[in-house]
Design a protein around this ligand. Structure first.
Ligand code: ZN
Length: 466
């Protein structure tokens, strides 16, 4: 079965392929860099990473654009409170975001692009919307007239025909019940950062940045647009209204949305004390790959309940797979090939692909893999697994890890001192001499986890930092 996704726009599961050549033109909404990103944000970004990796595993090339929202109400407020310029303030959280993405092994998009570098592009787009009668001005701000776009509501499947014409909303985020004409350009308030432009002084609203950057870099019709479910309304609905009013073309063929993340069964909120940034979780001693695994293991369209027990289970699951990989690499198997097991491996690989092709059903894909690992471990114990079965089993793990990316342990930036390395190497030499090979191996592993690579030569053990 071919790759298929649930499309929020059509409310159907549809077969996916790019419209033109082999390249998927995709746009995903990036972070607002006003604070450290929380684990709910990273659920969506991890979903996007799985999506990227699976599209590529399916043979497509990617042209993926993600924005950085580096101007908005919260940023302006926080920067002013800390007596920092907008640039100084957003640089801190942009850097933190990229570091966090690195820890979670999220691939960078082909283009990561800050909103404030596109002010002129946004001014041009708003001028064109002015010309085509989709806007009006009030108190120096420019609003998109949603009555001018009869299809408004088609993504969130909501009938907004009863809304009050001419009523306006100035904030960027609001509920469906408060659907109003939204701000494309905001007049500056006292003391606020603004840009001097042909539209007058002010700054862009949030929604226009995504329409403008997506069309600029990817063309009038994207293959795929994704984000969290909280963005369906108003953000993505507004992106469609702006973009399609500008181009008269469908803005995106596929819309994919990741569900919410709960913490210990409750909505995450600062007031409940269950609000976690990625940094909070890692500070508790959990490995980033355990967080990645937990976020990836629940299919993106299902709500995810983030629990610390779940993180512990994720660590166990990862260890099981790493042990299996280690066995493939180090166990001695009887020569020959067990054809039944070769067939079983091909079956597991097919089931894994089927799971991922089924709207990225990671639970199904993981289920197929773990069943295979359990059976194969038994076959190894009983001696049925043969030397020539290693390669296909290893290929299956590679196929899995190209998407899930958890098999390699994180080697934290090493803080181990040279003298400590030397004394552990001395201990290892002594252990080997005393034929205590398990201790010697343990030391090698321990050093490797600290980013130290050992090389045994005739003249002794050499070492280097990774
Ligand atoms: Zn967006």
């Amino acid at each position: 079965m071919a790759l298929r996704f649930y499309n929020t726009l059509s409310q159907q599961v549809e077969e996916f392929s790019p419209a033109h050549d082999n390249t998927v033109r995709m746009y995903t909404c990036g972070p607002t860099v006003y604070d450290f990103a929380h684990i709910g944000n990273f659920r969506t970004f991890t979903f996007v990473d799985l999506l990227r990796r699976w599209l590529r595993a399916s043979g497509f090339e990617l042209n993926h654009v993600m924005n950085i929202t580096d101007v908005d109400d919260k940023i302006i407020r926080n920067a002013a409170a800390q007596h920092k310029s907008l640039e100084e303030y957003t640089a801190i959280y942009t850097k933190a975001f990229l570091e966090d993405c690195g820890k979670l092994r999220l691939e960078p998009p082909e283009r990561l692009t800050p909103a404030t570098q596109h002010i002129e592009d946004m001014v041009l787009a708003i001028e064109r919307l002015n010309t085509s009668q989709h806007t009006y001005t009030s108190d120096g701000s420019i609003y998109f007239r949603i009555a001018s776009f009869p299809e408004y509501g088609k993504l969130s499947h909501t009938d907004f025909s009863g809304h009050i014409a001419g009523a306006r909303v100035d904030v960027d985020n609001y509920e469906k019940a408060d659907a109003r004409d939204f701000a494309l350009w905001k007049a500056p308030k006292e003391g606020e950062r603004f840009w001097k432009t042909r539209l007058g002084p002010g700054r862009p609203g949030w929604h226009i940045e995504c329409s403008v950057m997506a069309i600029k870099y990817l063309g009038e019709t994207l293959d795929l647009h994704a984000g969290g479910v909280d963005l369906i309304f108003p953000h993505h609905e507004n992106e469609i209204a702006q973009s399609e009013s500008l181009t008269r073309q469908p803005f995106a063929r596929f819309w994919l949305h990741a569900e919410f993340l709960m913490v210990e069964g409750q909505k995450m909120s600062k007031s409940l004390g269950n609000y976690y940034t990625l940094r909070d979780v890692l500070d508790r001693g959990y490995k980033p790959e355990a967080v990645r695994y937990l976020l990836a293991s629940v299919p993106y369209r299902k709500p995810l309940n983030f629990t610390f027990d779940g993180l512990k289970s994720a660590e166990i699951a990862i260890e099981r797979l790493r042990n299996f990989k280690r066995r493939l690499e180090t166990d001695q198997f009887i020569a020959g090939c067990n054809e039944k097991l070769t067939f079983r491996t091909a079956q597991a690989s097919k089931a894994f692909i089927e799971g991922m092709n089924d709207d990225l059903n990671t639970a199904e894909a993981l289920g197929a893999l773990f069943e295979y690992v359990r059976e194969t471990n038994s076959a190894m114990d009983s001696g049925e697994f043969r030397a020539d079965n290693v390669r296909t089993a290893a290929d299956l793990l590679t196929q899995f890890d190209q998407v899930f990316a958890i098999l390699e342990p994180t080697t934290a930036t090493s803080h181990i001192l040279d003298s400590e390395v030397e004394s552990l190497i001395a201990e290892r030499v002594a252990a080997k001499r005393g034929k205590n090979f398990s201790r010697a191996d343990q030391i090698r592993e321990q050093l490797l986890a600290d980013g130290i690579i050992l090389e045994d030569t005739k003249s002794g053990t050499r070492w280097k930092r990774k």
